[in-house]
Ligand binder design. Structure first.
Ligand SMILES: [Fe+2]
Length: 254
């Protein structure tokens, strides 16, 4: 498969730092992924009784990061090996992408119930990668714990780091300026993604984001993976390039 992304999609990603692709995952593999975590779930959770899902894992912000199956070939095939997604990643980053040995895991966000609304937790991930993917293996309604993003924040945060991909944001001479910009971004209204089983959110590694709060009655079920170019280890500690799209030939061409 070549070039699944339109120029408009590439430009949307450039400007906003994320992009949602609809209906790209394999239904049988999604069913297998849902079954896998349900098989391992605590006995208090009954798959046929949604009332038992409410408030689960409240001591870890209603989140369970299920990693037991992260290196299974079928879970890798679902996301990292998905032909459309690999082609989309290659379209942005060029063809030299790492082969996946594992995905991050199946990340679950349980319904919070009626707890008071809290602010979302804006952050940038600390490990080196290029392109994140959040793959919904079940429907996620609005307010259902979808991946939440601050559009455009990748352009601000990219220049906060002294190195291209590793996490070392604090340069004391810049600290005051950084904090001002951080406050500015955090005052911007974030966008909570949502969609159907099979939809995937692609996002830039320096995008400000948060897990969303799940105010719905469903379990938010997503598989996470990070696409990486094969030159990541060589490039990660280089000084941050002035051109933030240096390693993104497809974005540059668009
Ligand atoms: Fe994160």
């Amino acid at each position: 498969m070549t070039n699944p992304l339109s120029t408009d999609q590439l430009l949307f990603f450039r400007d906003n730092g994320y992009l949602v692709l609809r209906g790209v995952l394999d239904p049988a593999l999604m069913a297998q992924a849902r079954d896998s975590w349900w098989t391992a779930a605590p006995e208090t959770l009954k798959r046929d009784d949604p009332e038992t899902w409410v408030g689960a894992f409240s001591d870890s912000r209603w989140t369970w990061k299920y990693r037991e199956t992260q290196d299974r070939p079928w879970l890798i095939e679902l996301l990292a090996g998905n032909a459309t997604l690999r082609a989309a990643a290659a379209q942005m980053l060029g063809p030299e992408l790492e082969e996946a040995e594992r995905v991050r895991g199946i990340y679950l966000v349980f319904p919070e119930g009626d707890v008071p609304e809290r602010p979302v937790y804006l952050h940038v991930d600390q490990h080196p990668f290029h392109l994140g993917a959040v793959a919904y293996i079940d429907d996620v309604p609005p307010g259902g714990g979808g991946f939440t993003v601050w559009p455009g924040s990748h352009k601000r945060f990219y220049h906060f780091f002294r190195t291209a991909y590793t996490f070392n944001p604090v340069d004391t001479s810049q600290e005051v300026r950084e904090q001002a910009a951080w406050r500015e971004v955090s005052q911007q209204e974030p966008v909570g993604t949502f969609g159907s089983a099979g939809d995937v959110v692609l996002w830039h590694h320096r995008l400000g984001h948060s897990a969303g709060h799940n105010r719905s009655r469903r379990v938010r079920q997503a598989v996470l993976y990070d696409f990486k170019r094969t030159d990541l280890a060589a490039a990660q500690d280089e000084p941050t390039p002035d051109d933030m799209w240096r390693d993104w030939p497809g974005i540059r061409e668009a």
